[in-house]
Design a protein around this ligand. Structure first.
Ligand SMILES: NC(=O)c1ccc[n+]([C@@H]2O[C@H](COP(=O)([O-])OP(=O)(O)OC[C@H]3O[C@@H](n4cnc5c(N)ncnc54)[C@H](O)[C@@H]3O)[C@@H](O)[C@H]2O)c1
Length: 311
């Protein structure tokens, strides 16, 4: 492959993303993790599946960063996931330290790369990577909105008994309980869901979307969701690698757009070879803007907590 993607953290999300990238033949993949043998073992296992899955992507695993040199994209999933009863925010002190160390290592060998952050609490981890890397804002972005929108789409499809392919949904804001699903901009074959189902069903779906991560943590008990998160991160990587210029909701550093300043928060962006190529500002009602502002306040609080941590 002529493109290389490094995934730091060869755990559930990282290894699944590696599998999807390789099976789509989008790039060669380097898996990096601190646990000896794990990235090497998973890369070898995926390599041995390649003849059956019919792809020629090259996968390697390592504990050091040398093989990550010159990566087009680096997806950072390193960190701890939450357990039942924990919020994403409870992970902040552990994961901030990990994010800083990982980013320092990555930028030394891949100064022109695009960083896709996955570790939680997502919006706060984007700040750590942004500040540590010193990269311009078009090259640091976070995965959350695509996952939250995919959950919303899955629930719309279940509710109406229609193909997921006909569904489209938008979820803005931070990746937490204050996320802002937008029913007005969520459609089935172009028809807003507000015309297809009663308000109480929309409210129930919005609520399930907000708690989508916790629902899975509650079922798994030993970790958090990873199939859909990996798919979401790979959709972002694909749009960059193929310069597709997809409009996708991603955590993005805002400098006044949507009335929000100096904060990573999920908004629709155009994603291409240069990373974030445009921030799309859609018109929000007063109620939607208030919900987005509330979500931004929650992210701002996390940013304040970061300031008080020594990581
Ligand atoms: N943004 C989202 O929507 C979203 C969705 C799912 C998971 N997540 C987050 O992604 C992270 C990973 O989740 P997971 O389920 O894959 O967890 P996991 O425990 O399966 O994998 C995490 C991996 O990171 C590795 N790691 C820890 N410190 C490291 C370091 N300094 N350098 C390299 N590797 C290191 C661990 O050894 C482990 O293999 C968690 O923080 C989780 O909350 C975010």
């Amino acid at each position: 492959m002529d493109k290389k993607v490094t995934i730091v953290g060869a755990g559930h999300v990282g290894a699944t993303a590696a599998q999807r990238l390789a099976e789509k033949e989008l790039c060669d993949v380097v898996l990096v993790d601190i646990i000896e043998g794990v990235p090497q073992g998973k890369a070898l296992d995926l390599t041995e599946a390649a003849p059956i899955e019919k792809h020629d992507a090259h996968l390697t695993g390592a504990n050091a960063y040398d093989t990550s040199e010159g990566s087009d994209i680096v997806i950072i999933t390193a960190g701890i996931p939450r357990k039942p009863g924990m919020s994403r925010d409870d992970l902040i002190s552990t994961n901030a330290g990990i994010m800083k160390t990982v980013t320092e290592q990555i930028v030394k060998l891949s100064p022109d790369t695009i960083l896709i952050i996955v570790s939680n609490p997502l919006d706060a981890m984007c700040h750590v990577a942004f500040e540590t890397s010193g990269f311009p804002k078009n090259r640091v972005l976070g995965m959350a909105g695509i996952l939250d929108s995919a959950r919303f789409r899955a629930f719309i499809s279940m509710e109406l008994g229609v193909s997921v392919e006909n569904t489209h949904a938008f979820v803005l804001g931070g990746h937490g309980d204050t996320m802002v699903p937008l029913p007005r901009y969520s459609t089935v074959a172009g028809i807003p869901i507000t015309e297809l189902m009663p308000q109480d069903r929309i409210d129930a779906i919005v609520d399930r979307t907000r708690n989508g991560g916790a629902e899975i943590v509650g079922l798994l008990k030993t970790g958090s969701a990873y199939y859909a998160p990996a798919s979401a991160a790979v959709e972002m990587a694909e749009s960059i690698l193929k310069d597709k210029k997809k409009i996708l909701p991603c955590a993005t550093y805002l400098e006044g757009e949507y009335g929000i300043k100096d904060l990573f928060i999920g908004v629709p962006i155009k994603l291409g070879a240069n990373g974030i190529e445009e921030i799309i500002e859609i018109k929000l009602t007063d109620e939607e803007q208030a919900a987005l502002n509330k979500s931004a306040d929650a992210v701002r609080e996390l940013k304040e907590i970061l300031k008080g941590l020594s990581y």
